[in-house]
Design a protein around this ligand. Structure first.
Ligand code: ADP
Length: 188
């Protein structure tokens, strides 16, 4: 079983790479950002709550994420495993994930961090914002806030999993196939 955390700053290519990796390894892709956008699209209470935070570039509170992720895990059993994309984004979320997986007799097997510098991120997200209709990609101030949130709250998750020996880095610059091959070499 593979339980891969695809890690890295916003715009580092996690979602794009996840799509290719899931089909190669028969995994289930869980993106908390996509789950929130689905809730927002349906104007649910959860979506309305998440939207307040997302549009400012802030993280959505831990308990909201943890509950949503647990539901998703319960509803999509997969003996081959999962790609977690956009989760965990805080140490508290990492601890919750460990507990959920432990309860299922498994654990995080890999964390791969896509390495991309800040200026490249801003450029990519503004470009994505032109066509994605994501409000959080259309405003440079919001993008920079997301990078600050990432550096302050999310990047410690790398060290957290490094202590148990599963964290690795992959260069996230280059064409999609090159980045995929770097990830594949780590996973295979
Ligand atoms: P990106 O990686 O481009 O920032 P995502 O789609 O993963 O995009 O996330 C978009 C937004 O959703 C985040 O900026 C944040 O507000 C919220 N979000 C997603 N996942 C989490 C999480 N695990 N914890 C807190 N907030 C989250």
């Amino acid at each position: 079983m593979i339980n891969l955390i695809l890690f890295g700053p916003p715009g580092s290519g996690k979602g794009t790479q996840a799509t290719t990796i899931v089909s190669k390894f028969d995994l289930t892709h869980i993106s908390t950002g996509d789950l929130f956008r689905y809730e927002i699209g349906n104007d649910t209470p959860l979506g309305r709550k998440a939207k307040e935070y997302m549009n400012k570039g802030s993280l959505v509170p831990d308990e909201v994420n943890i509950g949503m992720l647990e539901n998703k895990l319960n509803n999509t059993p997969n003996p081959h495993g999962y790609i977690f994309d956009g989760f965990p984004r805080t140490i508290a979320q990492a601890e919750a994930l460990d507990k959920m997986l432990e309860g299922r007799g498994t654990k995080v097997t890999d964390l791969i961090a896509l390495d991309v510098d800040d200026e490249e991120i801003v450029k990519r997200l503004l470009e994505r914002g032109k066509t994605s209709e994501r409000p959080d990609d259309q405003n440079e101030e919001v993008i920079r806030k997301r990078i600050v949130e990432y550096n302050e709250k999310t990047s410690p998750v790398y060290e957290y999993y490094d202590k148990v020996g599963v964290s690795k880095k992959a260069n996230g610059i280059g064409d999609l196939a090159d980045v995929f091959n770097r990830i594949y070499d780590i996973l295979k």
